[in-house]
Write a protein that binds this ligand. Structure first.
Ligand SMILES: Cc1cc2nc3c(=O)[nH]c(=O)nc-3n(C[C@H](O)[C@H](O)[C@H](O)COP(=O)(O)OP(=O)(O)OC[C@H]3O[C@@H](n4cnc5c(N)ncnc54)[C@H](O)[C@@H]3O)c2cc1C
Length: 380
């Protein structure tokens, strides 16, 4: 992008290089085996991206949404599953502790999360509460110097690998009465349920967090009791912008693969690329990808410049994953039977991208947010 700083351009270069060497070659294998590329994840620490938005005093890169989105795009083009796990760690856990944690909590947890010594996850969704995140029912009750947590979290990215969970709970009857705790692996009464098998993002581990009278020290309460609804809404913006970066990476990877294939595959004695219908598909896919890029990075830059708006992040989160699913399906079509086979990564990319229309708020929830803002003056 024309407005990337030199630092952002360098970040893009090192992430592209890392993704081609460490993520892309193993992506199909990890998808098939439903396994997590732990060694690549640990190596991300050497790039300085595990704490991309965290303060340098804790070892973070001190960068913003634009930089985080660059990482998502570059990693996402190579292996979206690994990138989702990276997002859960760096944006859902690290960024949340950075923005909402106390000095003691940051000092205690961020350095190890940023060097990859520990892995993070974030638990908001529950078996009965997904889109209605503010309705969550995992309860935390004060008991002397501790809080006792009971309930369950569902669909938690990195659950099985996480040492640190950033967990939303209910601490009062009022709907908005939510509080967050940093829960360490090994906490009595806290366990991880069975792994969840998925259609896509299969190299990203997903599981359940179970709290059965889990005893968490008062010192692990993030901010003040009852304050977490504000933390939740604030972090969802950067989560939605950065997850759209994964969709952009997938779309670009599909376009690149189509251009390559159109120059290799021959039918009727000619390259596919010489057929006008194929040319139209590639021209449109590439144009859509460029639209996605402009929209996403403009939004990320606006976010970094301090602009906030109720539908800013929701609009990119609605537009990009939907467009990327269409592009991935077009790419499969352009490859014919080979596109439908596992010989090419396109079917994986399509399966992976579908998650981005669901996770971090579904398309329908994004529409609700955008429409509510646009029609806020409507009386009836
Ligand atoms: C692979 C994966 C990883 C995830 N990682 C995490 C994680 O790390 N941490 C975490 O907390 N969560 C995570 N999630 C959960 C994710 O955020 C939720 O799945 C998502 O918010 C949707 O919630 P739900 O699945 O309960 O669907 P529901 O809320 O039950 O929605 C079902 C359908 O109803 C629609 N719907 C719901 N309400 C309305 C309405 N009012 N109007 C119109 N339509 C509506 C939805 O759009 C959807 O189509 C993950 C999910 C997946 C699949």
């Amino acid at each position: 992008m024309w407005f990337f700083t030199d630092e952002e351009k360098e970040l893009q270069r090192i992430c592209r290089d890392f993704a081609s060497k460490e993520l892309a070659p193993a992506a199909t294998l990890h998808d098939e085996k439903e396994s997590f590329n732990l060694s690549a994840f640990k190596k991300m620490a050497d790039l300085g991206v595990l704490g991309i938005t965290a303060d340098p005093q804790y070892g973070g890169a001190g960068l913003g949404a634009t930089a985080a989105t660059i990482v998502m795009e570059e990693f996402g083009a190579a292996c979206a599953g690994s990138t989702l796990s990276y997002l859960a760690h760096s944006i859902l856990c690290v960024n949340n502790i950075q923005n909402n944690g106390s000095a003691e909590q940051k000092e205690k947890y961020l350095p190890k999360l940023i060097t990859g010594e520990t892995i993070g996850c974030m638990g908001m969704s529950e078996p009965e509460y997904g889109s209605d995140a503010v309705g969550i029912q995992t309860k935390a009750k004060k008991d002397g110097e501790n809080y006792i947590i009971n309930g369950a979290k569902m669909w938690i990215t990195n659950a099985q690998y996480a040492d640190i969970a950033y967990v939303y709970t209910r601490t009062g009857e009022e709907r908005k009465n939510l509080s967050t705790f940093i829960v360490e692996k090994g906490t009595p009464g806290f366990s991880v349920g069975k792994p969840i098998h998925k259609m896509g993002m299969r190299s990203s581990p997903t599981g359940e967090l179970v709290f059965d009278n889990a005893r968490v020290p008062k010192a692990n309460l993030v901010g003040k009791e009852g304050d977490s609804i504000y933390h939740m809404m604030k972090n969802l913006d950067i989560e939605r912008i950065t997850i759209a970066g994964i969709s952009l990476g997938i779309a670009q990877a599909c376009v690149d693969q189509c251009i390559k294939y159109a120059g290799e595959r021959k039918q009727f004695g000619k390259h596919l690329g010489s057929f006008q219908m194929i040319q139209k598909m590639i021209a449109e896919m590439s144009t859509e990808t460029e639209m996605m890029r402009s929209f996403l990075y403009t939004t990320a830059k606006r976010y970094d410049m301090g602009e906030r708006g109720p539908s800013m992040a929701a609009q990119v989160k609605l537009a990009l994953p939907k467009m990327a699913t269409k592009i991935a399906l077009d790419a499969i079509q352009l490859h014919g039977g080979y596109g439908y086979s596992r010989e090419f990564p396109l079917e994986r990319m399509m399966r992976d991208n579908k998650l981005n229309e669901i996770g971090a708020g579904t398309n329908e929830v994004m529409i609700m947010i955008i429409a509510k803002n646009l029609l806020k003056d409507l009386r009836d």
